[in-house]
Design a protein around this ligand. Structure first.
Ligand code: ADP
Length: 262
């Protein structure tokens, strides 16, 4: 579906991503983990053509992203950026409907079809925002705005979702709602998702594969149980980390061990 082949990205002379490859398949969620500055967001931005690699290429359905017009790319790939970027004085419903403009069903002049309206209301319900549909985007809490950003991405019906810290501002219940929705869609083989997150436990719970990055390099890639080991996590995060099995789900449970003197 979406493949990054030996991507290297530089900002001027600074190397941000070094020779990273990734294969994003329908039905899969890939979590990208690593410390600040590891190159996670840079890699994510390259996956939808937002940044051009200095070498390597990104392929969508087997063809280089460079060969597609921007509009076609946004029909296939939706980006869920951090909510702080969205403070327009438009209603939540209008904002979510904006996601439909990338899709084929909406007319060139921006008149929404009945189906566009239905899709928008469906995703608002799923993201538990129906009651706020008439509220202005700049009058939402950070967590509500973040859910609206996800709702807009889901409304595009794109087959690839790229999410940058989608749960950073969310309370525990809404973290599960958001990643649960992405998981549900990928289980139906409707989408593939790449999620940059600092929440290792959520990544363990919701992802099929984990890419561990440090200093622009891919340190490890594999199933959460293979990658989320004390040794690899210590190597990447430079913190002692306890890994055991979650008593209910059985997935790896990560607890940093900070040596604090009391
Ligand atoms: P992460 O998402 O893992 O925190 P980033 O992809 O944001 O990491 O950053 C990777 C590296 O690239 C860092 O060294 C960062 O300082 C640098 N970087 C990020 N964005 C820019 C930019 N716009 N210009 C120059 N350097 C940047």
């Amino acid at each position: 579906m979406l493949q990054a082949e030996n991507i290297t990205i530089k900002y001027g002379s600074r190397l941000a991503v070094s020779d990273v490859s990734l294969n994003v398949r329908p039905g899969e969620i890939i979590a990208i983990l690593g410390p600040n500055g590891a190159g996670k967001s840079t890699l994510l931005r390259a996956l939808n053509g937002g940044l051009k690699p200095s070498s390597g290429q990104v392929l969508l359905e087997g063809h280089s992203l460079n060969q597609y017009p921007r509009r076609v790319i946004s029909r296939h790939i939706a980006v869920v950026a951090q909510e702080g970027d969205v403070r327009f004085p438009v209603t939540v419903l209008e904002f979510v409907l904006g996601g439909r403009y990338a899709s084929a069903s909406t007319g060139a002049w921006g008149w929404e079809t009945d189906r566009d309206i239905k899709v928008a209301h469906d995703v608002l319900r799923e993201t538990e925002l129906s009651e706020l549909s008439g509220r202005l985007m700049n009058e939402l809490s950070g967590g509500e705005r973040q859910r609206a950003v996800l709702a807009r991405a889901l409304a595009t019906e794109a087959t690839v979702l790229l999410l940058d810290e989608p749960t950073a501002n969310l309370d525990l219940a809404h973290q599960a709602v958001i990643l649960g929705l992405v998981r549900q869609r990928s289980d139906l083989n409707e989408v593939a998702a790449v999620v940059v997150t600092h929440d290792i436990n959520l990544a363990a719970q919701f992802s099929n594969h984990v890419l561990l990055m440090k200093n622009g390099h891919a340190v490890a890639f594999g199933h959460p149980a293979e990658v989320l080991t004390p040794k690899l996590l210590r190597e990447v995060f430079d913190v002692r980390i306890l890994v055991d099995a979650h008593p209910i789900t059985g997935v790896p449970r990560i607890t940093p061990v900070h040596e604090v003197r009391r």
